[in-house]
Structure formats: C-alpha cells, structure tokens
Design a protein around this ligand. Structure first.
Ligand SMILES: [Zn+2]
Length: 436
C-alpha cells in the first residue's frame, strides 16, 4: 500500500526496512523468554542509574537517575517518623463469576487531593518531608503506603461463616499477596506524561522493565500491570504526574479472557490473534493513528470508549523486558505522540487510563502480545461517559462515537511533535513517520 494516500503512515522505505527486520530482530528470543533471566538490555540498561533505598517505615524506594543527573542517593535518609507499615488485604473469591476480589479496608484512609505544598510525590524540602527524601529526582518507584496487595499480607477475614455450609468453597479467602508500587514520572508537580521529553519516557520505560523483571521473579506474583490513571474524573487522588505498578497474585479476568480468545484462534488457524489484528488494521488503514518503524497505534474496530487507542509493537513480544533498545526508544516517541494527539482532540483536560497488557509471568506467554491500551472517558468538552447500567452491570458497552470517526479526528489534529522528530534524528533512527 503506497504511503502517499495515507500520510500518517510511515514512508514505504521504512516499511520495507521493518519487513526486513529493521526493528527488533536482534533481541533475545521474545516469545519463549521468561522475564528476569539475564536480559542484556535489562534494568536501567540504557543509561539510567538505579539506587535502592528504604523509607522510614521499611518500604522500598528506588531512584532511576539519568546520566546527566546521576547523584549519590545512598546517603539520603527519610527523616520522617512513620509507624512500621503493616498493610494487609484479603482476597475473596466470587464463585459466581469465578473472579478474585481484593478487600483492602485500610485504603479508605489514604491521602486524598492534598494541597500542592503537601504533595507526597514532590521532592522533600526544608519545610515539607514527602515520600521522596531527595530534594530532586528524575524517576522514582516506591512501595505504595496504601496497597491493594502486599507481600506481607495475611488473611484477616474475621467474618464468622461457620454457621453456613462452605464445603463447596462458597466463602473462599486467600491472603492478598502481591505488590503495589507508585512510579513518579518527574519531580515537576505541574507536568504531565505527555509533556515529558522522549529521554524521560525512556527512563520511565527502564523503570517499568526493571520492575516487571523484579516482580516476575517473586513466586507469589503471576502478572505485572503497569498503568497510569490521569485526571480527577478518573478518581486520581494525587495530581502529581505518576503511575502505578501492580503485581497480582493471580491472572486478571481481562487477561484470561484475551488469552482464551487467542487460544481458540491459534487452534483454528495456527496464528497469533493479536498479530493478525495488527496486520489487518495496518492493511485497512482506516483506524490507524500513528505508525512508526517499530510500533502501530490504532483505534480498535470495536472500541468501547469515545477516545480509545491501542499501541502494539510491530513484532510479537510477550512483555516490556523483551523489547529491544530500538523498540524502547521508538516507543518513547510514539507513546508521546499518541497522548498528545488524544489531548489535542478536545479543548478541555483529558482524563485517561493508560494500561499495559503484558503476558502472565509463567503461562501462555506464546499466546500473549504486549500492547498498551489508552482510553478516555471524555466524550465532548465538559461531558464524560459514565459506566452506567449496561456497562457496569452487564459488561455490555455502548459507544456513541464511530471508531473510524475517532481515528480521523486523532489523525487530523496537529499537536507539537517537533521534539519527537528531533529526537529520532538525534538517535539516528529512521525518519520518524510521515506526519501531517
Ligand atoms: Zn507534587
């Protein structure tokens, strides 16, 4: 398909390079590789310097410093007096849907929209001691003080069900083992992910890779989920730019459902379902929003949300640690462009959720295909889509926006991406797309 008719697609020469293995290829065997097993491009492998420290209540905090700002963090102490952290959560099994629900009552006391001067994610200063003891930082990851899951969890469910017949496990509980981490993208309180530099996004990717590998090594964790909730409308309790990482002790319902579809497709065709979707979306072009030598972003055919974009590497890999250096660098630019296009659609703030789908740690890694799902509940300036009866109760989505119209809108906006093009040139990458 000639690129000329679809100016947002990469130049034909780039497509040919990609077909010839221009992106990826030299990385470790992607599909069968398990995370945490000696990736040469592993934690902080591209230049970010990692320093592990401990907070006053025993929680872990890790600095990811870029080379230019590399400081000795080992002597920085958390000067707060905090009670030792004893988070606990319980899993209860919903036998009707066969899904686990985490019950974490202690989260009710978590910090809720504090004034800027008391932001727990800003660096510490002479008048305010925050969660981050340093006076400046690049990217920081630390254990959530109010986690939904914790490796120190034990069953605290004291409800007395002894009068009922539980022979069939109708009241099954388990400890809420797992890990919840906070990722601060920048020390700048007023920034947003979309305003970061490609170099900073690259450091965030390093942190995600490091944490995915580390958490995957824990025998109690079955799936690692990196995500960002953005905007008060989504329910964000802190406005400082940050994301989260959950290490679940089970495979989540959505992932189970995706893998079941992929297995059915593989049994019928011998091919990977996600790979077939990426190929078909590329061939159609109707819903493609951005395409680069390593990544393809499109509005899904059956989008559930008014603004929804899925971003896939052009090569099937199970998770973030399996990406090559070139794919990570290209991701930093394409991710920023996707967010900036989404934010340019409405003359209003854009609440969104950005969610990384990674393969489970131990099973079905050959069926899975790493991808990012970004969606917004904004359906018009000043208007939100709420999950009401059909969606919340029946899981049956109704979307008022035609996915092809959403894609057209996302292609037609003109966000500032000069820094992304300059970064690609500086990095020596192939020309960064053919953009409008
Ligand atoms: Zn802040």
């Amino acid at each position: 398909m000639p690129a000329s008719g679809r100016p947002w697609l990469v130049a034909q020469s780039d497509r040919e390079r990609q077909a010839a293995g221009g992106c990826g290829g030299t990385g470790r065997s992607p599909v069968n590789a398990r995370p945490g097993h000696g990736s040469a491009a592993g934690a902080a492998g591209s230049g970010a310097h990692k320093t592990n420290t401990v907070l006053a209540d025993g929680r872990e905090l890790i600095y990811f410093d870029e080379p230019a700002n590399h400081a000795d963090r080992t002597k920085i102490l958390d000067r707060r007096v905090l009670p030792t952290s004893h988070p606990s959560s319980t899993l209860r099994l919903d036998r009707i849907l066969d899904e686990w629900v985490a019950i974490a009552g202690h989260r009710q006391t978590r910090t809720y929209l504090p004034p800027d001067s008391e932001c727990p994610l800003c660096p510490s200063n002479s008048t305010h001691l925050s969660e981050i003891p340093a006076t400046d930082y690049d990217v920081v990851v630390f254990e959530n003080r109010f986690p939904s899951f914790s490796l120190g969890s034990w069953v605290i469910d004291e409800v007395d069900n002894s009068g009922a017949n539980n022979d069939d496990g109708l009241f099954t509980t388990e400890p809420g083992f797992g890990r919840c981490e906070v990722v601060c993208f920048t020390s700048d309180h007023d920034a947003a992910f979309s305003s970061l530099t490609p170099a900073r996004v690259r450091t965030v990717i390093d942190a995600w890779v490091d944490r995915t590998e580390e958490l995957s090594r824990n025998p109690k964790i079955e799936q690692v989920f990196c995500f960002e909730n953005r905007g008060e409308e989504i329910g964000v309790t802190l406005s400082h730019p940050h994301g989260q990482i959950y290490g679940y002790p089970y495979i989540t319902p959505r992932t189970k459902q995706m893998l079941a579809s992929a297995r059915t497709h593989a049994d019928a065709t011998g091919r990977n379902l996600f790979a077939d979707v990426v190929t078909a979306e590329t061939q159609s072009g109707e819903r493609v929003v951005v395409q680069s030598s390593c990544w393809t972003a499109f509005v899904p055919f059956a989008a559930r949300w008014p603004l929804e974009v899925h971003l896939y590497p052009n090569r099937q890999v199970p998770d973030l640690p399996s990406l090559t250096e070139e794919e990570r660098a290209d991701l930093s630019r394409v991710y920023l462009e996707v967010l900036r296009r989404m934010e340019a659609v409405y003359d209003d703030s854009l609440p969104y959720i950005a969610a990384w789908h990674q393969a489970p740690v131990r099973v079905d890694r050959d069926l899975a295909y790493l991808h990012l799902e970004v969606f917004s509940i904004r359906r018009a300036p000043g208007k939100l889509k709420y999950l009401a009866g059909s969606e919340s109760a029946m899981g049956a989505f109704v979307n008022d926006v035609l996915p092809e119209e959403a894609a057209k809108l996302l292609r037609s906006v003109t966000p500032d991406i000069a820094d992304l093009i300059a970064d690609a040139e500086e990095y020596g990458a192939a020309q960064y797309g053919q953009l409008p």
